[in-house]
Structures are given as C-alpha cells and as structure tokens.
Design a protein around this ligand. Structure first.
Ligand code: PGA
Length: 231
C-alpha cells in the first residue's frame, strides 16, 4: 500500500470542503488512481462527522489530526477516545511538529497517543523530525507488531515554517536509510515537507507515500500529487 495523505491543519471553511468534494469527484471519476494508492484527507475535527456523510461518494479515507490523551469526561475542548467510539476514523495524525511546537508534545505523549489511536482500530500517522527519531523509536517499541505509518517531516522543509526550504531528494534517500535502520517495526515511512506536484515523483520514488499540507487544500492539487507519485 502507498499513501497520499492531506493534512488540512486549521484551514478550510465548510464552503471550501464542499468545493473540494466536487473537484475531487470530477478529477477522479474519469481517471481513478491506482488501487494501491490510498488517498487520505485529515480535516479539522469539526468537519469530520459531516464529511463522513459525503465520503461514500468521495474516493478518500478520512483521518483526524490529533487525539486527546484524556479518556473522556471533564476535559473541555478535547477530542477523546470516548468521543470517537462509533466514528471510526481510518487514520489519526499524531506528533505533528506544529503540536510539538505549540502544545509542547513530547515523544512519550506521542507514543501514548499511538496507543489511544490503535485502541480505536485506527492507524496512527506518527510524525517526527530526525532529532526525535532515536527516542521516539524506543517509545514506539511496544507497538512494533502493530499497524502504524511513520511520517518523516523535517521542520525546516515545512512550507509555512519560514525556514530554509525543500529537502534535496538525495538527502532524503540518505536519511531514509538511517530511519529504516532505526525503526522497531516494518512500518511504511512517508515524507512530508513542501510536497507539490512537481516534486512528488522524486520524493515518492524513495518512500511509501507523502504527507501534504498546503498543497492538499485543493482537490486538483492533491490529485496531481497522487498522479505524479503513482507515475
Ligand atoms: P507542507 O506541510 O506540505 O505545507 O509543507 C506538511 C505538513 O506540515 O504536514
């Protein structure tokens, strides 16, 4: 299986979501993606349930962008395992660098969230930068036989980070060797960081899929990435 996952972050209005769906259907109806490519969209949690009603007509899987460490109960504003029973998200992103930056999430918390996501029967998409790799892999050891997807996202390559910019594919290749040698499981590894249609083939040839932020907000652009990736 190969993965193209769109992380909408805190973007989109409901009008944008409906337009996304219309464009997605028209882009894929005439020419579907290869079956081994799983197209995933992770909207903000407020849109999730409404999108579930649309998705039987959209050729995508849905994911969430985070999960609470609380089980449920008196925790204002959290989206917990208890809330998600019966919702059945297919994927949940955990450990995104923006949550590590804004909420101070640690690898221990990220690993605990992986456990929460697995308990829902969903697949965690676990984000990390290289400096987190060694410690994170130790903390993920208890899940080594489980269905997990990793996403290597150098913070400096994320389009909104204001930092140096794109990672050269040759560097990604070197880093993936290091990453795969360190992981305790045979987990797929995605790449994320300023992925666009014009670099998706170069990055995609090296890894198991792509995690896309800004370029996932329009269906046309996400589908162009998926087509470039799948050749
Ligand atoms: P970007 O974001 O594609 O806009 O760089 C990727 C991410 O933060 O997951």
């Amino acid at each position: 299986m190969k993965y193209i996952a769109g992380n909408w972050k805190a973007n989109q209005t409901w009008v944008d979501v409906e337009a996304f769906g219309r464009e997605l259907i028209s882009a894929l109806n005439t020419s579907p993606l290869p079956q081994e490519v799983e197209l995933i969209v992770c909207p903000t949690a407020v849109f999730y349930s409404e999108m579930q009603h649309l998705v039987p007509r959209w050729p995508v899987k849905l994911g969430l962008q985070d999960i609470s460490l609380q089980d449920g109960g008196a925790h204002t504003g959290e989206v917990t395992v208890k809330n998600l029973a019966g919702i059945e998200p297919a994927y949940v992103i955990v450990g995104h660098s923006e949550r590590r930056r804004d909420q101070g999430e640690t690898n221990a918390q990220v690993a605990a969230k992986v456990g929460r996501v697995l308990s829902l029967g969903a697949c965690p998409i676990v984000c990390f930068d290289l400096e987190e790799l060694a410690d994170l892999t130790v903390k993920l050891q208890p899940y080594s036989g489980q269905n997990i997807v990793l996403a290597y996202e150098p913070v400096s390559a994320i389009s909104t980070s204001g930092a140096a910019g794109n990672l050269e594919p040759v560097l990604l290749q070197e880093r993936l060797v290091q990453i795969r040698a360190t992981l305790p499981g045979e987990w797929p590894v995605l790449y994320g960081g300023s992925v666009k249609a014009d670099n998706a083939a170069a990055y995609g040839a090296l890894c198991d899929g792509l995690l896309v932020g800004g370029a996932s907000l329009k269906a046309e652009s996400l589908v162009a990435i998926a087509r470039a990736f799948s050749g």
